[in-house]
Design a protein around this ligand. Structure first.
Ligand SMILES: Cc1cc2nc3c(=O)[nH]c(=O)nc-3n(C[C@H](O)[C@H](O)[C@H](O)COP(=O)(O)OP(=O)(O)OC[C@H]3O[C@@H](n4cnc5c(N)ncnc54)[C@H](O)[C@@H]3O)c2cc1C
Length: 405
């Protein structure tokens, strides 16, 4: 299946997209002064790359892996500007929490997407190779396809145009487009990527499709692009499975008194800043190669391991599989394996399989997610009403905020 092909992200490990906590905190500190009115007015102007994305934070690869978590980013921005002056930035940040919470309550959407990708991969539609190769003849699309491949990043607005042109002009299956983008993005996220593609396709807000507009692209690109032949109407693609709302998973909670092997995955790489994790009797910290998806994950997890060692001064190790994690726990006399909560995605899939084989892994659920996610089962604007309360209860990563002070 297409998702299993080797990642193309090796060439994109660069300083432009921080993949360590200290680089992410530095980027955040540099960006905070621009996160208020300047972000609200300047964000769209920096849509066309490569380079030139100064109006946005470019923190997504770090936030996606929680090298810094949403509460640190929101806390720093609110302290500098207040929540009202930074409302545009905070709203964008919270789209991430919304998508995560929505997918937790609609887990079958993830399974249906994977199945559809596997089905299409058996017989790729004509036009697919030209699209992923950036050879469609639609200048903006082709330039963005190349930028994605070469840098692992696209500005949010460019992602919207690319997804729209893919679905409505090139008439390719949205699932394949989402898989292609996921494969190249340094910030590839199961919820933000899959659900944003569904939003563009008109599958999220029922029937409301997003159409890329030739004049707008010409204006925003300062005349660099003039994409001809864009679709001016479009039909919502067919759902391949019924969208069902389900209760959120209740993870096995860590036992505060048991000797613990801490497992780091790309889902949460600042666990040492969480009070509940700091209080555990940690005997070792381990990372698992099979839970990493390419060099960007490996770089970020290696940074997490290093910080784990600096914090606890206990043995750290890389192993290959979850079975190796269980064997290490047994060998070292750890009575439980604890990791950060794994939201819907490849890590949760792998932990679920391990659970099925009798390997119990407790998960630390962050206060931010527990407060936000229950409000994410309807539209974004319903969720947005909860944001003042969410901002009032955050600041769980006090160390991150102190480092920024
Ligand atoms: C088709 C499509 C696919 C996408 N795929 C992903 C993905 O795989 N991973 C991912 O992290 N984001 C994804 N996004 C959302 C968004 O494009 C990126 O988060 C953003 O461009 C990252 O750049 P930044 O860090 O400079 O963002 P900034 O504008 O500086 O925003 C700060 C942070 O807020 C969050 N954020 C901002 N906008 C959004 C948004 N619209 N949706 C969700 N979170 C947001 C990100 O964590 C981001 O780092 C996708 C959007 C679209 C339209």
């Amino acid at each position: 299946m297409l998702l299993d092909t080797p990642r193309d992200r090796a060439s994109t490990l660069s300083f432009s997209f921080p993949l360590s906590r200290s680089a992410a905190l530095s980027r955040l500190a540099a960006f905070v002064p621009d996160a208020g009115a300047q972000y609200a007015t300047g964000r769209s102007e920096s849509a066309v790359g490569p380079g030139g994305h100064d109006g946005v934070s470019r923190l997504s690869a770090a936030i996606r892996r929680r090298l810094i978590a949403e509460d640190v980013v929101a806390g720093a921005v609110i302290r500098a500007h207040g929540a009202n002056a930074a409302a545009t930035f905070l709203r964008e940040l919270c789209w991430r929490s919304y998508w995560k919470g929505w997918l937790e309550q609609h887990p079958r959407v993830w399974g249906a997407w994977k199945q559809a990708v596997a089905k299409h991969a058996g017989q790729l539609p004509s036009g697919y190779d030209a699209a992923v190769g950036g050879e469609t003849g639609i200048d903006a699309f082709d330039a963005w396809a190349r930028e994605l491949r070469e840098t692992g990043y696209l500005h949010n607005w460019a992602r919207m145009q690319v997804a729209s042109i893919w679905i409505f002009t090139l008439q390719l299956p949205w699932e394949l487009g989402a898989a292609w983008m996921y494969r190249h993005l340094l910030d590839a996220d199961p919820a933000s990527n899959t659900l944003s593609w569904r939003w563009v396709a008109g599958l999220h807000t029922q029937g409301k499709i997003y159409l890329a507009d030739r004049d707008l692209i010409r204006r925003r690109s300062g005349g660099r692009f003039d994409p001809k032949g864009l679709a001016t109407t479009g039909d919502v693609p067919r759902e391949t499975a019924r969208v069902v709302t389900e209760p959120m998973r209740t993870p096995l909670a860590p036992d505060a008194l048991r000797d613990t092997l801490l497992l780091l995955t790309p889902e949460d790489l600042s666990l040492e800043c969480q009070a509940a994790i700091r209080a555990l009797p940690i005997r070792g910290v381990v990372a698992c190669r099979s839970l990493c998806d390419g060099p960007a994950d490996i770089a970020a997890v290696a940074d997490g391991l290093q910080r784990g060692w600096e914090h606890w001064r206990v043995p750290i190790a890389w192993v290959d599989t979850i079975d190796d994690v269980a064997a290490l726990a047994a060998r070292e006399g750890a009575k439980q394996i604890v990791t950060g909560y794994a939201p819907i995605g490849p890590v949760a899939d792998a932990l679920g399989e391990a659970r099925g084989r009798g390997i119990a892994i407790a998960e630390h659920h962050r206060a931010w997610d527990m407060a936000a996610w229950p409000h994410c089962n309807r539209g974004f604007f319903t969720f947005a009403k909860q944001l003042p309360a969410l901002f009032a209860t955050m600041a769980s990563d006090e160390e991150g905020l102190r480092e920024l002070a």
